[in-house]
Design a protein around this ligand. Structure first.
Ligand SMILES: *Cc1c(COP(=O)(O)O)cnc(C)c1O
Length: 387
């Protein structure tokens, strides 16, 4: 049986996979089972932020792998503590809880927000306001947090305690928190799965003001838009707000599963011994890799991300067959007149792998993609969209 046949026979059909079997890669070039090369404009949904088989990351991972692969959180481990220190110093946040995925990082944030509200406002203040078209994960609580009915269908009843307001509508958020007993407001500074939409400074600052006025926590889901992708370490930093809880995952591990929930001075002591945990969370191999990633997300590096973003936006905006370019940094959504599926298929034929978000093309290249590869990818995207 071929890989595709085995997959069809033995793997649950939850993914509408692209018809490509990827076997290897180097930097921003991926190779399929037939030896065909592609420019990677998706980085495994924003995970391989330094591309495939990045040497520095690989060295850090391999060194830890042959030292100690796992210890459990019953013991201290070196990479985990080192990564927490780096994340706090980089962001000004105070403490970290490590998970294995974005959904788990958000679960942790939701639990912490409820416990904080329980202790500071009363047990009935459990509601969390999220946004329409948000995406926060696939577990029952994060699915409930996700403001898209399409994901909820057939899985009811979901975890109660989530209310949805349209993104951009501060009055709707204000109304929800005034009429319901709430613990927090949760947002993605750039909505990813919802169509690569940057929320904008005005609205994010309005969320911050509403949270302050009603004594709520502000939770930033930086699972996709974090870790340098927006041109700042976290995307909310583009808007000047200071969330009480920040979640991240995807790019943090550079390719290995790790997530983190970060807390500020207001929330750092909410979760106490025995109130939360994870067997694999903060695994030393994943954490060692993440240390090598976080170290390299310097201001100079992120300026380069912003420069690459400006280039792509300038080249694609107003081009034939392209009606809009949205997003921020190297997280961009492209609306195309031909329809995203046709464009994706043609791009694959031409050797460029991109993603989809709603009816848009989604670009999430490795952050260190070379100018040569980026220019080539843009050239092919322009050609395919104009067809
Ligand atoms: C991908 C994503 C998640 C879920 O992360 P998993 O690692 O798939 O659990 C949560 N929030 C946002 C914004 C995401 O993009």
């Amino acid at each position: 049986m071929t890989t595709k046949e085995k997959d069809a026979e033995y793997i649950v059909h939850t993914y509408a996979r692209f018809p490509v079997v990827l076997v290897s890669g180097k930097g921003s070039i991926l190779v399929d089972e037939d030896g065909k090369e592609y420019i990677d404009m998706g980085s495994g949904i924003g995970v391989n932020i330094f591309g495939a088989a990045d040497e520095e990351w690989e060295k850090a991972v391999k060194a830890q792998l042959s030292t100690l692969q796992h210890a459990s959180n019953l013991f201290y481990t070196v990479p985990c503590a080192e990564l927490a220190e780096k994340l706090c110093k980089k962001t000004g946040l105070k403490k970290v809880f490590f998970t294995n995925s974005g959904a788990e990082a958000n679960e942790c944030a939701i639990k912490a927000a409820r416990k904080w509200a329980c202790e500071n406002k009363g047990a009935e203040y459990f509601n969390i306001v999220t946004l329409v078209n948000s995406f926060h994960g696939r577990t029952l609580a994060t699915l409930a947090a996700t403001g898209q009915d399409a994901f909820h269908k057939d899985f009811l009843p979901l975890t109660p305690g989530f209310l949805y307001a349209p993104a951009g509508d501060a009055a709707a958020v204000e109304k929800l928190v005034a009429e319901n007993k709430c613990a927090a407001i949760m947002f993605e500074a750039v909505q990813g799965e919802g169509g690569v939409v940057a929320l904008g400074g005005e609205f994010v600052n309005a969320l911050d003001e509403i949270a302050k006025k009603h004594d709520l926590l502000l939770i930033a889901d930086e699972v996709q838009c974090g870790n340098g992708r927006s041109g700042k370490y976290f995307a909310y930093m583009n808007y000047g707000v200071k969330p009480d809880i920040v979640t991240t995952a995807k790019g943090l591990g550079g390719g290995l599963p790790i997530g983190a929930t970060l807390f500020n001075e207001r929330t750092q002591d909410v979760l106490t011994a025995g109130t939360h945990g994870s067997t694999f969370g903060g695994n030393p191999v994943a954490a060692a890799g993440a240390v090598s990633i976080v170290d390299r997300l310097t201001d100079e590096f992120m300026d380069e991300v912003a420069a690459k973003s400006d280039y792509v936006v300038k080249m694609l905006t107003g081009a034939k067959g392209i009606t809009a370019v949205t997003g921020m940094g190297l997280m961009l959504g492209v609306s195309v007149t031909r329809g995203a599926d046709a464009v994706l298929a043609d791009l694959r034929d031409e050797g460029v792998l991109v993603l989809k978000a709603k009816d848009k093309i989604r670009l999430l290249p490795p952050l260190n993609i070379g100018w040569k590869e980026l220019e080539k990818a843009v050239e092919i995207i322009l050609k395919v969209c104009a067809k």
